[in-house]
Ligand binder design. Structure first.
Ligand code: HEC
Ligand code: HEC
Length: 233
């Protein structure tokens, strides 16, 4: 191979690998090239406990039916922890003086996107619409939830796995105090009704909560996420 040819090939490869090359990429190709190693973009969800425990990131193949677009755009530029003990809590806890504590050294910060890429990726994620049938008939009626918090903390024991403020509640599920900001209401209604319809092996139990009480729980979560917890983190 002559030197000029070699140099022009080298130049071409450098262009492909340089950050500028991403600018022209659309959201779906960013997802496939930079996110698919940890996130399942095509489904189905894990069908064995082993696969569930080895999952590296939350499934995104129904992202369009799960997340709020505005939250995605913000979070992808400035990702903060959502699951206090990572994807599988048993991999990230260690014994403490009184009870198990999170082993922070095992949790890595999430990849961060610039604004243009975050917007392109958020748009692309909203097109991933598996399980539309599960949300089609779900509708939240906004209303006060007089005993929503009591249901969450005591009656159904949701707090055993979900935090209702930073550091307060269980560690094996995603924090509950930001759920209302992150998630679409029909998704929350459907997930609480039957978590295994979304994720067959997930350890969140189906508590067979009556529909009226699910409405209260979701209204409670939405109100909760309007509180400002920033000084407690
Ligand atoms: C090294 C593995 C890894 C890579 C690569 C990765 N993620 Fe993640 N992602 C995670 C983990 C782990 C979480 C859970 C974070 C938490 O709960 O605090 C997560 C959470 C998320 C969430 C929040 C979802 C939820 O339900 O909590 C979104 C959205 C997301 N990632 C999108 C992306 C996108 C888009 C890319 C590519 C640009 C990407 N991720 C690349 C591991 C990864
Ligand atoms: C044994 C632990 C456990 C209990 C009890 C539990 N959950 Fe969960 N919950 C989970 C796990 C695990 C997930 C999904 C994990 C993931 O996406 O990584 C989840 C997911 C959720 C989600 C979606 C959250 C998100 O951020 O993506 C909501 C909403 C939710 N649970 C509400 C509830 C409510 C309401 C109750 C009580 C009726 C409850 N959970 C009881 C473990 C639990």
């Amino acid at each position: 191979m002559n030197t000029r040819l070699f140099l022009s090939i080298l130049f071409g490869m450098t262009c492909l690998l340089s950050p500028q090359a991403y600018a022209g990429e659309d959201g779906l190709s960013i997802l496939t090239s930079r996110c698919a190693t940890c996130h399942n973009l095509k489904g189905p969800a894990p069908t064995s406990l082993k696969a569930l425990w080895q999952r590296k990131g939350p499934d995104l193949f129904y992202a369009g039916n799960k997340y709020r677009h505005d939250w995605l755009v913000t979070w992808l530029q400035k990702p903060v922890r959502i699951r206090p003990a990572g994807m599988f809590y048993r991999d990230h806890i260690k014994p403490g003086p009184k009870h198990d504590v999170v082993d922070e050294s095992t949790l890595k910060p999430h990849l961060r996107l610039n604004k243009a890429d975050a917007m392109a990726v958020a748009d692309a994620l909203m097109t991933l619409k598996a399980h539309s049938n599960l949300v089609a008939s779900e509708k939240l009626t906004p209303a006060p939830s007089p005993i929503g918090e009591m249901m969450f903390d005591k009656i159904y024991g949701c707090m055993a796995c979900h935090q209702i403020e930073p550091g307060f509640g269980g560690m094996s599920g995603p924090e509950a105090y930001t759920a209302g900001k992150r998630l679409q209401a029909p998704f929350m209604l459907s997930y609480i009704k039957n978590p295994q319809a979304w994720d067959p092996k997930i350890w969140m139990p189906n508590k067979h909560v009556p529909a009226d009480n699910i409405q209260q729980l979701v209204n409670y979560l939405i109100d909760l996420s309007k509180e400002d917890f920033s000084d407690e983190q």
